[in-house]
Write a new protein. Sequence first.
Length: 78
Amino acid sequence: MEHTAKNGGAKILKNCTLPLTGKNCVNTIITDMCVFEVDKDKGLRLIEIAEGVSLDDIRASTESPFEVASDIQPMRQI
């Protein structure tokens, strides 16, 4: 998915603003900028980052707080 909305706003928010169809059913978020691991107790953890994207870019485009994995990897191509 694209990391940001068409207007440039964050899509990964602190709180969901839409009705939930399944709470705590996602364990990974993959965007065009990075990959987050999702833990229902610990929150988001950045585990992969796309080529040409900086940590500052991700922080500026993500409303939700997140940890950065100590062993962060380049994002794999599919």
